[in-house]
Ligand binder design. Structure first.
Ligand code: GLN
Length: 448
């Protein structure tokens, strides 16, 4: 049924880069037979899952939305993919994304522009726009994305999905094509909080193949006590996230939800955290610096796209990279190289790292007073395709509520929070302290 639906409707959404029609059906059939035989088929047995195309899948093309990896077929599975398969999930296909996960609209894909299923003239958000749109279109009940500065939460908000960015380290990054390694984290898109809790349980956990992976055993089961409620839960609302620049309809919607939370016994209080204002600058320095280093491996020699025309070694590298990377990726590489270069390092990168330390500490303080922080996910509603492509700065500004969370390594979830008068989805963000996904999911569940 899912494959039929994709074949019928994805022509107008463009959420998939690769569809595994035959293979997925074969695997589902095997699963069916096992079920008939009374075998345990796993917590996600037979569930179709679509995976963002920057997560390596053995034998399945993994393009990262880039011409430079257009024909790349990984010889191994990312740990997350292995875990999904072990839990019985069926990989139905790979989803479109901004090239190397750089962007907020999926318009930076080298292959196609994904459309928002709620309004085909608008963007689905990004960079995991393909996964968000596929979920919202009913192409799979679970899709996987990655979030470096908001790339799960913002598209979840734009497409009216539940999107979780777990605590840094909770989900292995092994096999996730690196953008900014200290910020990247994999997480699920689902229709409901319950599905989110179930899938987090399946993909999380220590992985010796990822040096930044969680060392202790995480909570195994996020489903029990999901209905616990929020009686007495202390919820902090940062003033800085409600300033000018926030769309009025989003503002009103969030206010409504706050009232609901209060009615259910939550204790909501406003607080101030002025440091968050500098988050965007720090994010674009840190993420670009790491990207410039991570992307040095695409040289046209080892793997990936190679130019046809070159004379000598240097030109081979220059031409391969010039032809293989898109505009936004080049912009980030240049920005990153600049902030890391001697003479500018102290002024930019070092400052951003100092900021990082400071904001981490401030969040720690805030979580002494509150269980959870609540904010909008995005200051803007899903915008029109093409509306922001000419002005990168304007695109970056829309990440204002999500980037600080990655810098501090915190978990956060975006939940559907109603619609604008034009029927455009609105998202609400709940942020927790490190490894408090259980509490976060409980609070999210009560808001559903
Ligand atoms: N929009 C942000 C950026 O362009 C975040 C991307 C992401 O989380 N991968 O960097």
């Amino acid at each position: 049924a899912y494959i039929d639906r994709i074949k019928k409707l994805d022509k107008s959404i463009n959420s998939f880069i690769t569809l595994r029609e035959r293979e997925a059906l074969e695997e589902a059939e095997i699963m069916d037979k096992n079920l008939e035989k009374g075998k345990n088929i796993g917590s996600l047995g037979g569930i179709p899952v679509a995976i963002k195309d920057n997560i390596c899948t053995r034998g399945i093309k993994t393009t990262c939305g880039s011409k430079i990896l257009e024909d790349f077929i990984p010889p191994y599975d990312a740990t997350v993919v292995k875990k999904l398969k072990d839990a019985g999930a069926v990989i139905i296909g790979k989803t479109n994304m901004d090239e190397f996960a750089m962007g907020s609209s999926t318009e930076n894909s080298a292959f196609k522009t994904t459309r928002n299923p709620w309004d085909l003239n608008r963007v689905p958000g990004g960079s995991s726009g393909g996964s968000a749109a596929a979920l919202a279109s009913g192409f799979a009940p679970l899709t996987i994305g990655s979030d470096t500065g908001g790339s799960i939460r913002q598209p979840a908000a734009f497409c009216s999905a539940v999107g979780l960015k777990p605590t840094y380290g909770l989900v292995s990054r092994y096999g996730l094509i690196a953008f900014a390694s200290s910020l990247d984290q994999i997480g699920p898109f689902t229709k409901t909080v319950k599905d989110c809790a179930l899938s987090l349980g399946a993909i999380q956990g220590n992985d010796p193949l990822d040096g930044t992976s969680i060392q202790v055993d995480p909570i195994k089961d996020y489903l029990t006590d999901l209905e616990k409620g929020i009686e007495g839960l202390k919820i902090g609302v940062p003033k800085e996230f409600f300033k000018e620049g926030l769309n009025k309809e989003i503002h009103d919607s969030i206010e409504e939800s706050i009232k609901v939370l209060e009615k259910m016994g939550g204790v909501v209080e406003e607080f101030s955290m002025p440091i968050t204002d500098s988050g965007l600058s720090a994010y674009y320095i840190i993420s670009s610096a790491e990207a410039s280093s991570n992307l040095a491996r695409y040289d046209g020699i080892r793997y990936g796209y190679r130019t046809k025309e070159f004379e000598g070694f240097e030109e081979l590298i220059i031409n391969s990279r010039s032809e293989g990377f898109g505009k936004e990726v080049k912009r980030r590489i240049m920005l990153g190289t600049y902030v890391l270069s001697s003479g500018y390092y102290d002024a930019y990168y070092k400052k951003a790292m100092q900021f990082r330390k400071k904001i981490k500490n401030e969040f720690k303080e805030v979580f002494k007073s509150y269980d959870i922080i609540l904010s909008p996910t995005s200051p803007v509603l899903p915008f029109n395709i093409g509306e922001r492509t000419e002005d990168p700065l304007e695109m970056y500004l829309a990440d204002i509520y999500t980037v600080n969370i990655n810098i501090a390594g915190l978990p956060a979830i975006s939940l559907p929070c109603g619609f604008s008068k034009d029927r455009l989805p609105i998202g609400l963000q709940l942020i927790g302290d490190h490894y408090t996904e259980k509490k976060l999911l409980q609070a999210a569940y009560s808001l559903e």
